[in-house]
Design a protein around this ligand. Structure first.
Ligand code: F6R
Length: 360
C-alpha cells in the first residue's frame, strides 16, 4: 500500500535512499576503489569496441546518461530511442554491445530493438528491474537494478537506480576495454556510497513544494542542463508534462539560443541544472533567459554562484559530477509531484498512459 503517503509516486520518490542502497549493495568497495558486478567479472567486456543503449521514455534518459558516462570513461557509446531503432540503427557487429534499458523488461519497442541487435550479431545485455522479464530472459546477460516494485506510472526510483548502475557499468566496461580505471573513481565511489544518505537529507530539506506553488500559473516550464545535466533536463520535463499536463520541455543549455529562446517570457520559468560541467556556460544561458524576463530556478549546491543570480534555488549536495544530476533529478521529481498535486491531477495514473507499453 501507499502507507503514510497520498500517492505511490511520492512513496517511491521517498524510497530512493533504500532503492539506491539496494542497487549498490555489495557492488562497490570505496576503500579498495573497486566495483564488482555479479556475473560481470573483470574481462567480461574485453573485445567490445562500441556500445549502443536502446530504451524508451524515462529509461531512454537513463540510457543517455549512461552513454555520456561511457563516453567520458573513454568508451564509444550512443543512446538510441528503441522505437527508432528499426529504421535508424547504426551498424552493429560482434564487437558491439547493445544494452537494453527497461524498468519493466517488457516494453515492446525495446524488446524489438534487442531482438534486432541479436539478429545482427551484437552481444546483448539488459539493465532492468524485473527478474524473469522478457528482456532478462532474451538478452545474453542481465544486470538488475533491485529497485523493488514501482507502482506509479511515472518512473522515479527506477530512473535513479538505472542511471547509477549504468555509471558503474561504464567503469567496468572502460576497465575491460581500455585497461585503465578512469581517474575519477576515487571521488565517485565514496560519493556513491554516501548517496542514499544524501538523498535522504535532500528529501528532508527540499523546498520543491514551495517552488512548485510559486510557479504553478506559468504558461510553460523549461528545463536546461549540460553534459549529464542534459538527460536530467529531458527527464525533468517528461515527468512534469506527464503528471501535470502542463507544457514542459527540456533543452541542452547551449541550445536555448538556437531557437527555444523565442519561447521564453516572464511566464516560462527555467529550471537550470548545474552538475559541475562547464557551469559558467549554463549560468550564462540561464541569464539569457532571465534577461527576457523568465524566472530562473537554479538546481545546484548552496555555495554555487548561480544561487546569487537565480530567482529561486533547489539545493543539491556538492558531489562528483557523475552523480550531481541524479540529486537534481530528485528535486525535479518533487517539483512535478507537488505541481500535479496542487493542480488536482490523478498522479499515479495519468490520463492516456500505461505503466508498461507492450505494443509497438
Ligand atoms: C515515464 C515512464 C515511461 C517509461 C517507458 C519505458 O515516467 O515511465 O516513459 O520509462 O515507457 O518503460 P520501461 O522502462 O519499462 O521499458
Amino acid at each position: 500500500g501507499k502507507g503514510e503517503y497520498d500517492h505511490f509516486m511520492l512513496k517511491e520518490i521517498h524510497e530512493q535512499p533504500t532503492s539506491l542502497a539496494q542497487a549498490i549493495e555489495g557492488r562497490i568497495d570505496p576503500e579498495a576503489g573497486r566495483i564488482s558486478l555479479e556475473g560481470f567479472d573483470p574481462g567480461t567486456f574485453e573485445g567490445v569496441d562500441s556500445v549502443q543503449l536502446v530504451a524508451c521514455g524515462t529509461s531512454y534518459h537513463a540510457a543517455l546518461y549512461g552513454s555520456l558516462a561511457l563516453n567520458s570513461a573513454g568508451v564509444q557509446a550512443t543512446a538510441l530511442l528503441a522505437n527508432e531503432y528499426s529504421v535508424a540503427a547504426p551498424p552493429v557487429d560482434d564487437d558491439t554491445l547493445v544494452i537494453a534499458v527497461s524498468q519493466s523488461g517488457e516494453t515492446a519497442d525495446t524488446l524489438s530493438a534487442l531482438r534486432r541487435a541479436k539478429r545482427h550479431g551484437a552481444d546483448t545485455l539488459t539493465v532492468t528491474n524485473v527478474v524473469g522479464s522478457t528482456a532478462a530472459r532474451e538478452a545474453d546477460d542481465a544486470l538488475f537494478i533491485r529497485a523493488g516494485p514501482e507502482i506509479g506510472v511515472a518512473a522515479t526510483k527506477t530512473f535513479s537506480s538505472q542511471a547509477v548502475m549504468l555509471v558503474l557499468l561504464a567503469q567496468r566496461i572502460a576497465d575491460d576495454t581500455r585497461g585503465e580505471v578512469p581517474a575519477d573513481l576515487e571521488s565517485l565511489l565514496p560519493d556513491l556510497a554516501r548517496m542514499p544518505e544524501g538523498i535522504d537529507d535532500l528529501l528532508e530539506t527540499s523546498e520543491a513544494d514551495a517552488v512548485a506553488r510559486h510557479y504553478l500559473d506559468s504558461e510553460a516550464f523549461f528545463f536546461i542542463g549540460r553534459g549529464l545535466g542534459f538527460p536530467v533536463a529531458l527527464e525533468g520535463a517528461l515527468k512534469f508534462k506527464e503528471i501535470t499536463y502542463e507544457h514542459a520541455e527540456g533543452f541542452a543549455s547551449g541550445e536555448l539560443k538556437h531557437g527555444p529562446l523565442a519561447l521564453v517570457t516572464p511566464e516560462t520559468p527555467v529550471f537550470a541544472i548545474f552538475t559541475g560541467e562547464e557551469d559558467e556556460k549554463t549560468l550564462k544561458n540561464a541569464e539569457e533567459a532571465q534577461t527576457r524576463g523568465a524566472p530562473v530556478i537554479a538546481v545546484c549546491p548552496a555555495d554555487h554562484r548561480a544561487v546569487e543570480v537565480a530567482d529561486d534555488h533547489l539545493e543539491i549536495p556538492d558531489v562528483d559530477s557523475d552523480l550531481a544530476g541524479l540529486f537534481a533529478n530528485v528535486q525535479l521529481q518533487l517539483v512535478s509531484y507537488y505541481a500535479a498535486d496542487l493542480l488536482g491531477r490523478p498522479i499515479d495514473k495519468p490520463r492516456n498512459l500505461a505503466k508498461s507499453v507492450t505494443v509497438e
